[in-house]
Ligand binder design. Structure first.
Ligand code: PGA
Length: 211
């Protein structure tokens, strides 16, 4: 399975989010691809209506995801850390998401953020998105070798603290149609979290086609 997580953040208005979601529903998604849309919290309910259960949804805000019965939630994204989410808050949100039956996508800018975020977490399914802060929204994507090395470090952290858990590793930070395959063609990086390049149909389709 390959994961394509489209993080629309605040890039689109509600109307734009609904319009794009309606177009995304028309795309042919290969059976080995898991596409998840992460609209802005304000757009979540209308996007849910627009996709009519045909596309899995997540969000950036745990309460919004809970209210609209989304499947995934982003936790620890650099936007939120900048806005004040500490390591403790991130760890609390991880536990809350799991308790609510929502699959967390833990975003870390550095591998050292992993252990504290997982503190006290029961074995559960989650994702870890490795997103160096300098790569998010800058057009400077991280070299695949660096991402692979982060995967190795995170593997060893998780095998020590949560050996029983099911988790998936993805990369995020300036992913686009040109560079996505450098990650997803590595067995160690089965997916990507895409911001800017997921906010138009054309660029999202490009990433999907090159996965
Ligand atoms: P970007 O955003 O693809 O625009 O760098 C990634 C993210 O915000 O997760």
């Amino acid at each position: 399975m390959k994961y394509l997580f489209a993080n629309w953040k605040n890039a689109l208005t509600i109307d734009e989010s609904v319009a794009l979601a309606q177009q995304v529903v028309q795309l042919t998604i290969p059976p080995d691809v898991c596409l998840v849309l992460f609209p802005n919290a304000a757009a979540l309910s209308q996007v849910k209506e627009a996709v009519g259960g045909k596309i899995v949804l997540g969000g950036q805000d745990l309460d919004a995801v809970r209210n609209f019965q989304g499947t995934y939630v982003l936790i620890g994204h650099s936007d939120r850390r900048k806005a004040g989410d500490t390591d403790e808050i991130v760890a609390e949100k991880m536990k809350k998401a799991v308790a609510a039956g929502i699959i967390p996508v833990l975003c870390v800018g550095e591998t050292k953020e992993v252990a504290s975020a997982l503190r006290g977490l029961a074995p559960s399914e989650f994702f870890i998105a490795y997103e160096p802060v300098w790569a998010v929204g800058t057009g400077k994507n991280a070299p695949a070798e660096m991402v692979n090395e982060a995967r190795i470090v995170i593997d060893s952290i998780i095998s020590q603290i949560l050996p029983e858990t099911t988790w998936h590793f993805i990369y995020g930070g300036s992913v686009n149609a040109e560079n996505v395959a450098s990650y997803t063609h590595l067995p160690s990086v089965p997916g990507v979290l895409v911001g800017g390049a997921s906010t138009t149909l054309e660029s999202l389709r490009g990433v999907l086609g090159a996965l």
